[in-house]
Design a protein around this ligand. Structure first.
Ligand code: ZN
Length: 163
């Protein structure tokens, strides 16, 4: 799922349920894997397998990742500034929600020598056990559901925050 959906969902639930800080972090982490289980789209859906294996990222995917990060940050600033949600609960919930993708995708691309670390490989395998991403091949099958599931998660989270 897109990073923004992970962060919006984890922050909204943690802030409205008033989780403790470790609770917010844990919820972010667990919810990441649960949301990944729902058929979805993210920047990686548009990342050709050959590029993924070679460890290169095309300009198109870079732009999508950039927009995803930007949307997440705008949401967090809005929560903090307008909704007066606690800074630390937003921080820990978001860190938990973003961590699996940072470990699997973010860090190895920033620091290439991390790619072959066994612990990272193991976590990557674990991450993809729960993963139902729509790749371009299966696009037709998942197009509507993949978009709707993401919109539903974000809509539900906003409702939780604003109700
Ligand atoms: Zn993920």
């Amino acid at each position: 799922m897109i990073l923004a959906a992970h962060i919006v969902f984890a922050s909204a639930v943690s802030a409205s349920a008033r989780f403790s800080l470790p609770g917010a972090f844990l919820f972010g982490l667990v919810s990441h894997h649960l949301l990944d289980f729902i058929p979805h789209f993210d920047a990686g859906s548009f990342w050709p397998i050959e590029e993924l294996k070679a460890g290169t990222i095309s300009a198109r995917v870079r732009i999508l990742i950039f927009l995803d990060i930007l949307a997440s940050l705008v949401f967090l600033v809005w929560c903090f500034w307008w909704l007066k949600a606690g800074f630390f609960i937003l921080f820990w919930a978001s860190l938990g929600a973003a961590l699996p993708d940072l470990v699997v995708t973010g860090f190895p691309f920033l620091v290439p020598r991390l790619r072959n670390r066994p612990i990272l490989k193991r976590y990557e395998k674990f991450h993809y056990i729960f993963f139902r991403q729509s790749r371009p091949v299966s696009l037709q099958r998942y197009r509507i559901f993949g978009n709707l599931s993401t919109l539903f998660i974000i809509g539900f989270s906003l409702w939780l925050l604003l109700k």
